[in-house]
Design a protein around this ligand. Sequence first.
Ligand code: PAF
Length: 282
Amino acid sequence: MKLIHTIKDLQAELQACRDNNKTVGLVPTMGSLHRGHVSLVSSSVTQNDITVVSVFVNPTQFNNINDLLTYPRSLEKDCQLLQENGVDIVFAPSDSEMYPEPDTREFDYSPLDQVMEGKHRPGHFNGVCQVVSKLFAIVQPDNAYFGEKDFQQLAIIKRMASELFPSLTIVGCPIVRETDGLALSSRNARLSAVDRKEALTISKVLFSSVEFAKSHTLQETFDFVVGGIKAKPALELEYFEMVDANNLQPVQNWTDSTNVVGCITVYCGDSVRLIDNITYNK
Ligand code: PAF
């Protein structure tokens, strides 16, 4: 496995692969890797000749400076995990390598980027699109892998790729959970043992709501989830929205959509922002 820090070196390495007609899979990450990332890597390793994993904490997608400063970083440990899982190239650029000048591009994927995370984290998806489009342009992968935990991000990246990189396939990979149900996230590392237990309520309420939904209206199911989170003083609900999986717009009744997804964001413990989602197959 090669650890590469510059675009020039990466492209030289990839040119050699392309000359040999090798397919390239890209897994963009912000490091601090866990089993969720490993599942993306495994899909890429199975489906491509070469797998590139980028490790870059992208400053332009953070609208909260504290969140950026406290974002966990562990390149050495990440590289070890990636090597064990068959990755060929790790691309870990510096901020100035990725942004030699400020990126002033604006992406508008309305209405997908206007709701949920887009509403609560202004500029976040613009930053995600900036960095991901740069990575796509640098690596020119055949396939790129993203987790379904960031459901809205996946929808927006699919839309961006279909417009700007039409020959690229975006592969969505299922949420990976701890055995007790907590969705894996790099931010889980910031939870104390007590908060970790409290955070479990998020997935528990979502799972129970799928059962509850079978005999209740959409509004009742919405209230069930919101009530379940609000009953826990250690958790602070930022939003729960039940949306159509394709256009991400809120739905009022089960008959409004054949594919309803419940997306949730909750603060737990020392301002640790956790997201999760669940599909209601009615
Ligand atoms: O999902 C993430 O980790 C990031 O948003 C991504 C896609 C790597 C872009 O920085």
